[in-house]
Structure formats: C-alpha cells, structure tokens
Design a protein around this ligand. Sequence first.
Ligand code: BT5
Length: 298
Amino acid sequence: MERWKVEKGSSERKIIYEEYAQKHKMKTLNIEAIESKLVDTIFNRKIIYEQVVSSTNIIAKEIALKGYPEGTIVIAETQIAGRGRLGRKWESPSGTGIWLSLILRPDIMPVQAPFITLITALSITKALNEVMGLSPGIKWPNDIIYNNLKVCGILTEMDAQTDKVNFVIVGIGINVNNDLEDFQTDIRYKATSLKEVKGKRVSREKLIIGVLKSFEQIYDKALSCGIDERFKRRILDEYIKYSITIGNRVKVIGIKGEKEGRAVDVTGEGELVIITSDGKEEIINSGEVSVRGINGYI
Ligand code: BT5
C-alpha cells in the first residue's frame, strides 16, 4: 500500500486525506457513534478528532496546558510523528489503527503515575478479551502482545510538580485493520494487527468504546481509594495474570549496560522486580530500560 505523505497546510491535508481514504476505500471513524456510547463515563465530552496530526500525545499535551479537562480524548486517523518511549517512533498508518490520547488529571503523587500505565495495559487486554474474544499478553511495562507480536503500545507522559500531578497523557496505539505491508519492513516481523489475528476487519469504534469503558472502571476505583495498597495488590495480581514477562528470563538493557535475570514481580509503582543471575534482587524502572526476552524479540 502506498504511504500517505503530508506536505501541505492543514485544510489542504484534510482534503487530500479524504481523497486518499476514498481511493483506498478506507472507512473513517464514526465519532458520533463513539461519543453516544460514552455519555455516562468520564469521557462524556466532544472528542477531538483529526485526520492528520503530528502525534495525538503532543496535541493532548498542548490542550491540557490550556486547561482542557480530564476525560478529553484526542483521536487521529494518522500521525506523522507518532511516538514511542525513549524517543522511538510509532508507525501509524492511515485509517487503520486506533491512535488516541486521553487527558487525565488524577489526584495522585507523581511517583504513582506509572501505575496508570499498568491500569491502561490491563484495561486494553481485558477489552480485547471481552470485545474480541482474544487472549493477548502484557509485556512489561507497556506492550500488548499476541502470538509473540506487538499489537498495541502505550505511551504515558506526565506534567507534574514535586508533590502534585498536573495532568497525565495516556497515548494508546492499537493496530486494528492494518495489513503487514502497511508497516516499514523493520517492524513487520515484530508487529501484528487485529485484522491479521482475526482474519477479518474489526470495528475500531466498538474497540475504542470497549477500551475506554474498561479503563474507566479500573481508573474510577483506583482514584476513589487513592490507589491504596489493597487495591494496588489486586490490580497487580490481575496484571501479573496476563503478564508474559513475570516468571520469565529477561535481558534488561539500560544506560549502564545489560543485565540478565528472572522477572518475579511488579511493584505498586509499576517497576519490574528481577532476580539477577547472581541472586540479587533489582528494581527496574520503565523510564530507563528496554526489556527483551532471551529468546527472540519480546
Ligand atoms: C510504545 O513505545 O509502544 C508506545 C506507543 C504509543 C503509541 C501511541 S499512538 C497514540 C499516541 N500518540 C503517540 O505519538 N504515541 C501514542 P515503545 O515501547 O518505545 O515501542 C516503540 C517500538 O515499537 C518501535 O521502536 C518499533 O520497533 C515498534 N513499533 C513502531 N510502530 C509500531 C506499530 N504500529 N506496531 C507495532 N510495533 C511498532
């Protein structure tokens, strides 16, 4: 499939995009249908929907700084500068995936924010299970994996002071109706889409609604108890049930070099606990490292 290139000003981009979508028989998202199913949730306001953006996380951050409230959603059909963690790129082929960001304003300490990533991974996994009958796994901290291939990534970014979170942007990228040739060659061998998995097109609207409802359920409970220890443990146990990292050998690639060990737990702050080859317990922070499986990519 030819790639969508954006070189024009924003109104021209929209027209070109629509021509492109028509030519490729792509269905754009039915935003009203999504909004109508979210009226009784924290996401009950008008969705900010764009054909082409740099990155939904960048737009969400800009408008959060202007005071947009919790529950604001930014969705785009394509991103020309989609971002992963640690400066990596996120490929966002046009009209095929779910590329969205949420603005959250939780009353939590900055140190608790990584827990939001865990909640997000858990809610997406549960939604894929409930809406699509799939059983994906979570690769710590932020990948949803199916058949050893990445189907979804999460990028959580925070604006905070020492003792107060101003806002958190949760960026969710799910490969839905992508064909493998939509991706650059270097990620074709490690990415998949729900269409590849199911062998047919999947409703992006239904999945967005499922993910957001599933997220809200856990997020609501988390905040109402101030993310207390009992709640954390319950969520962590559930997260670990879906985890493909815990219990396995991992290689941690950090700024100070590589370490091998066995992943044994996740802490309440969302860190990974590993036992290294020399028997030492080490706590790994997601901001600093990549974790690779010993065998193959994941
Ligand atoms: C992530 O980073 O997995 C976070 C991805 C978050 C994307 C969403 S989309 C909406 C919002 N707006 C944004 O700009 N971002 C968020 P990380 O763990 O660093 O993984 C990045 C790596 O995944 C890349 O280096 C590639 O190897 C691979 N990758 C890139 N695009 C992919 C895709 N569409 N599917 C699967 N793997 C991909």
